[in-house]
Design a protein around this ligand. Structure first.
Ligand SMILES: Nc1ncnc2c1ncn2[C@@H]1O[C@H](COP(=O)(O)OP(=O)(O)OP(=O)(O)O)[C@@H](O)[C@H]1O
Length: 373
């Protein structure tokens, strides 16, 4: 896989960006609150801005090295872009929009047969249509195709799904998933969405006030309680990798095996053994000191408290180890004290089998993220 190396310092007015990370390849998500420096970093990588100091390399190709006085201009960087809005040419058919990027690529460097790409993105039936007649999701798939046909060495995707509704997002996500597996082009992907990052990113870089505050796998980073003010734009949650253990047709439930025990959730499609990744938000997890009895919640996992993080005056995030799977429960600091919860306490994590936000088809061999709550 083609890796990505970034080590940049740059001052913009009073804002100082100091970003350093390396990614082995695949999809690297840039995540962070508004104003943390994501767009500034993307502009530096694209070559729109020349950094005060630093180095950028894609594979063995150095795009910037201030010490060696290397600065490859933007048009020679071979960086593909996909923005929030597709920015297609309205007067050109899909086919001509796709071919547009290719004209700027020297023939010897054109990679990837166009037909394969059309198949990968499922845009074959759209080729003679104009952008105005396409759905938002279709337009975004064409925009991705156009960026890739220019044979980029790096693909920058700046919130490519942010302008789409949930159904359109669902339509485009599997294509981005396929892309990151099927092409050896590293992707730098800016996102504000936790589910999107969990689903797509091999590697996650969290920026806050111009600095990299965390860098690693999404699972590890979202689990870190100290980062929650930055990583949880909604609230903390955690992803559990489970497998479908069976379905209870009578009550409309699907049973899942997690490492910490069995969970029941509203029924989803999928064969026995199919992997399913679920995100359980911290507010959907209760803590009980005794095994739950006389409660309507369907899921109780034995757990041990492995971290406590007080959030302001009112809330506390409690990290729970459920047989190797980590969950976070958000409770009040009053409960924390009155229940005597401490590091190492043996407790029970109680999760309500609440409704799904999304009920997409699940097929064996794929991992689907389902939000509970
Ligand atoms: N040309 C500039 N001159 C001065 N300050 C700038 C300039 N460009 C950006 N900044 C500042 O740099 C900081 C980072 O902005 P940036 O747009 O990179 O953040 P972001 O993480 O992409 O935010 P968002 O998620 O809102 O797009 C902000 O405080 C912004 O005001």
């Amino acid at each position: 896989m083609t890796g990505l190396e970034i080590d940049l310092s740059h001052r913009l007015g009073v804002f100082q960006l100091d970003a350093r990370f390396t990614a082995k390849g695949g999809l690297t998500a840039l995540f962070g609150p508004s104003g943390s420096g994501k767009s500034s970093l993307v502009n530096l990588v694209a070559g729109l801005v020349r950094p005060d100091r630093g180095r950028i390399a894609v594979g063995d190709r150095v795009l910037v090295d201030t010490e060696a006085n290397i600065f490859v201009p933007p048009h020679r960087r071979r960086v593909g872009y996909v923005f929030q809005d597709a920015r297609l040419f309205p007067h050109l058919s899909v086919r001509r929009n796709l071919l547009y990027g290719r004209w700027f690529t020297p023939a010897a460097e054109r990679r990837g047969a166009i037909d394969d790409l059309i198949d990968l993105l499922g845009i074959g039936p759209l080729m003679e249509r104009r952008p105005a007649g396409l759905s938002g999701g279709e337009r975004q798939r064409v925009a991705i195709g156009r960026a890739l046909l220019a044979s980029p060495r790096l693909l920058l995707m700046d919130e490519p799904l942010a302008a789409l509704d949930d159904a359109r997002k669902e339509e485009v996500l599997p294509y981005i998933q396929r892309l990151r597996e099927g092409m050896d082009v590293p992707i730098l992907y800016v996102s504000h969405s936790v589910p999107e990052v969990l689903r797509l990113a091999h590697h996650l870089v969290v920026l806050d006030a111009g600095r990299v505050v965390a860098d690693g796998t999404p699972e590890d980073i979202f689990r870190r309680l100290d980062l929650h003010p930055t990583t949880a734009e909604l609230e903390p949650g955690h992803a559990l990798d489970t497998r479908i253990a069976g379905h209870d047709e009578r009550f409309g439930l699907t049973l899942l095996d997690a490492r910490g025990g069995r969970l029941a959730i509203p029924i989803v499609a999928g064969g026995i053994g199919a992997p399913l990744r679920i995100r359980i938000r911290a507010r959907d997890v209760m803590i009980s000191m005794q095994p739950p009895v006389g409660l309507s919640a369907l899921n109780g996992l034995v757990a041990r408290v492995t971290a406590i993080h007080r959030e302001g005056r009112t809330h506390a995030d409690i990290q729970l180890d459920c047989g190797g799977d980590m969950l976070v429960a958000r409770i009040t600091q009053r409960s924390l004290e009155t229940m005597g919860i401490a590091m190492g306490s043996q407790v029970h994590a109680v999760i309500k089998a609440v409704s799904f936000e999304r009920d997409g088809p699940v097929s064996a061999g794929t991992t689907t993220l389902v939000d509970l709550g």
